[in-house]
Design a protein around this ligand. Structure first.
Ligand SMILES: [Zn+2]
Ligand SMILES: [Zn+2]
Length: 451
């Protein structure tokens, strides 16, 4: 990629001092691991800086190899050899065995406490048993969004049907309209709605105002492409093992750490905080074998999870073109950023204009932003710093891969229409009522969701 001499004013890497020109996509990164202006590694010092840079370089090596493969083959597909699948299966089985052993041990202790009548122990171990069951099997949980069969939104159902036939899958029958920005596909119990697990597509209503209909199709194509492998037997088996183990480690740490923090805040008695600190160290040491197991599994599964993401992206690019896909990706990211940074400001605007609809106010907010601001803002949200911890490629790499596929841009048959009208419910001429409902959901809080 060293076709051009760095221009005289090219920024220098603040870590190693080498000149670092932007690549042809406008992204800046340095071979030493620096990921461009604003990279948090700039403020890190000593060992933590060295560790972060090492992590970056290793992750970058993996990313470069993947991107080179995609550019060469002009396609992205999860190459999974039999040996690789066998290894992942064996490790997953080991993880389930460990969790099973923890479960059996906890049930045994619970029985002991019940017989002794030690009710504190009974309460504690009932909770542990329930938690282990939850990590293994999952329990229905309330969805922060409006759950409905896709037929409740005729335009969205038609779009989903069209995208599904392009991708070559069955369209999902359930839709979760949620007040945020992201899109996802999930297979879950829809509490109170459907008693068996259903495939549902999550639609972030806030992003719709920044997309046209083709961009919406591209993002839906990505999600529907996920459906094929994420809900396959192996996908669920491997993914389930990793997240179950992660939840257990997280819970062990969370339990002791909240104790510790709570205590130091309430009473500054040094003996109890030292006791809690010892507890933290003990739990940390006790979870080392579990953490090692998780780390090994995570590193091995990385290849599959990253390949899955590239593959889903490639499906979207092949169906709707790289430009529509990249625009959709940036629309979702920029909206997520706005929801984090400007939500309160937009709420104040709503009050000032006496507009009860957050989503129409959000569209007005974007329409009033100057184009000179929008472009750089979108470019900024497209940033990402590589780390081995991530099971997904960073956004700049997804953009690079999308362009490297060299898929032909489909001709625009008709002018692009804004996408937000697609969630108009059956029998309703516009989106006002549904957006008011989503506005209430947005500000009434509800639990925070990942993804
Ligand atoms: Zn550098
Ligand atoms: Zn994805």
């Amino acid at each position: 990629m060293e076709r051009d001499q760095p221009p005289a004013e090219a920024s220098r890497c603040p870590i190693c001092g080498r000149p670092t020109p932007a690549d042809q996509f406008g992204f800046v990164e340095c071979a030493c691991g620096w990921g461009g202006p604003g990279d948090p590694v700039e403020s890190a010092r000593g060992l933590s800086r060295r560790f972060t840079l090492l992590d970056r370089r290793l992750a970058t090596r993996i990313a470069r190899r993947e991107l080179a493969r995609i550019a060469r083959a002009k396609r992205a597909e999860s190459a999974s050899s039999l040996l690789y699948i066998a290894l992942l299966s064996a490790l997953s089985a080991l993880i389930y065995l460990v969790i099973g052993a923890l479960l059996v041990g906890s049930i045994f202790l619970l029985a002991q406490y019940v017989m002794q009548g030690a009710w504190l122990g009974v309460a504690l171990f009932s909770m542990i048993v329930l938690y282990l069951l939850w990590t293994l099997f999952g329990l229905p949980s309330r969805v922060h969004g409006i759950v409905a069969p896709s037929s409740a939104y005729p335009q969205l159902a038609a779009t989903l049907g069209e995208v599904a036939s392009q991708v070559g899958v069955k369209p999902p029958k359930w839709v979760i309209l949620h007040p945020g920005a992201g899109f996802y596909i999930t297979r879950r119990m829809l509490w109170g709605r459907a008693l068996t697990p259903r495939v549902a597509v999550g639609v972030g209503a806030a992003s719709l105002g920044q997309m046209n209909d083709r961009e919406l199709r591209a993002v839906l194509a990505h999600e529907l492409a996920h459906d094929q492998h994420e809900h396959s037997f192996f996908g669920r088996f491997f993914g389930g093992a990793e997240s179950a183990l992660f939840n257990i480690i997280d819970a062990m740490h969370g339990g002791i750490e909240t104790n510790y923090k709570g205590r130091t805040a309430r009473m500054r008695s040094s003996t109890s905080s030292i006791g809690a600190l010892v507890g933290v160290v003990v739990v940390w040491i006790a979870t080392i074998p579990l953490r090692l197991l998780w780390l090994v599994f995570h590193m091995i599964r990385l290849r599959l999870s990253r390949a899955d993401e590239y593959e889903a992206d490639a499906v979207a690019v092949e169906c709707y073109g790289a430009q529509a896909f990249i625009n959709a990706l940036t629309a979702v990211l920029a909206t997520a950023e706005t929801m984090r940074g400007a939500r309160v400001g937009i709420r104040q605007e709503m009050a000032k204009r006496n507009n009860p609809n957050f989503y129409s106010e959000l569209r007005r907010h974007y329409a009033e932003l100057p184009a000179s601001y929008l472009g750089p803002m979108r470019q900024k949200t497209l940033r990402g710093y590589r780390t081995l911890e991530d099971s997904h490629p960073i956004t700049p790499d997804r953009v690079r891969a999308a362009l490297a596929l060299g898929a032909p841009e489909p001709p625009a048959t008709q002018p692009a229409a804004p996408a937000y009208g697609v969630i108009a419910p059956a029998g309703s001429a516009d989106t006002e009522t549904i957006e008011l409902q989503l506005t209430r959901l947005l500000f009434d809080g509800g639990r925070k969701r990942r993804r």
